[in-house]
Design a protein around this ligand. Structure first.
Ligand SMILES: CC(C)(COP(=O)(O)OP(=O)(O)OC[C@H]1O[C@@H](n2cnc3c(N)ncnc32)[C@H](O)[C@@H]1OP(=O)(O)O)[C@@H](O)C(=O)NCCC(=O)NCCS
Length: 153
């Protein structure tokens, strides 16, 4: 059974070894970068705490995800900032599992009204996956990425 586990002092070294296909590298930061970023969060329209997790298949690390929370934000209080599945484990449902796990966490928190995500317009696999999870493109861009949102309540 897949599961997600918070990044901690025991597992971060294994998680930074996960990598995507060469052609996908422009779509996602390295896990090393993301784990560094998660130590500090991000300041944009208030402060976003970043929460980072490994995706596991039994005890095998297969992917990584990270989301931001800014419960005081007027529009969207959660933002999915990273999702990757190692090249060796793609196409087996782990990306979808990671998305559903994050949405489950957000759904149980009444303070999260809307969730955001952004992606490169040419990232067809991600675009389709997020649309299947209920995300709708807003027409707005964040830098060179498309912004999509999911209204939870
Ligand atoms: C996007 C990503 C996380 C998806 O993870 P994954 O474990 O391979 O995806 P899943 O096996 O859960 O499949 C999710 C959906 O994508 C489809 N899919 C997966 N790989 C595909 C491929 N190479 N080509 C076409 N469709 C694909 C699946 O059919 C599935 O569709 P469904 O929900 O209609 O059944 C993974 O491809 C990845 O790490 N990509 C590089 C990093 C990246 O782009 N991250 C997102 C940044 S915004």
């Amino acid at each position: 059974m897949p599961e997600i586990r918070p990044v901690d002092k025991a597992n971060w070294r294994a998680l930074i070894k996960l990598d995507v296909h060469e052609a996908q590298k422009e779509f996602v930061a390295s896990n090393l970068y993301s784990i560094a970023e998660s130590q500090f969060g991000f300041d944009f329209e208030g402060h976003w705490d970043y929460l980072a997790f490994g995706i596991y298949d039994n005890d095998t690390p297969v992917g990584f995800l990270m989301y931001g929370l800014n419960l005081a934000h007027p529009a969207r209080q959660a933002f999915i900032t990273r999702l990757m599945v190692d090249e060796k484990f793609q196409g087996q449902g782990f990306g979808r599992f990671g998305m559903e796990k994050m949405l489950e966490i957000f759904r149980t928190d009444a303070r999260v009204k809307e969730v955001g995500i952004s992606y490169e317009p040419e990232n067809d696999v991600a675009r389709k996956l997020y649309a299947n999870c209920g995300f709708a493109e807003t027409g707005a861009m964040i830098g060179d990425e498309v912004l999509a949102v999911l209204k939870l309540r």
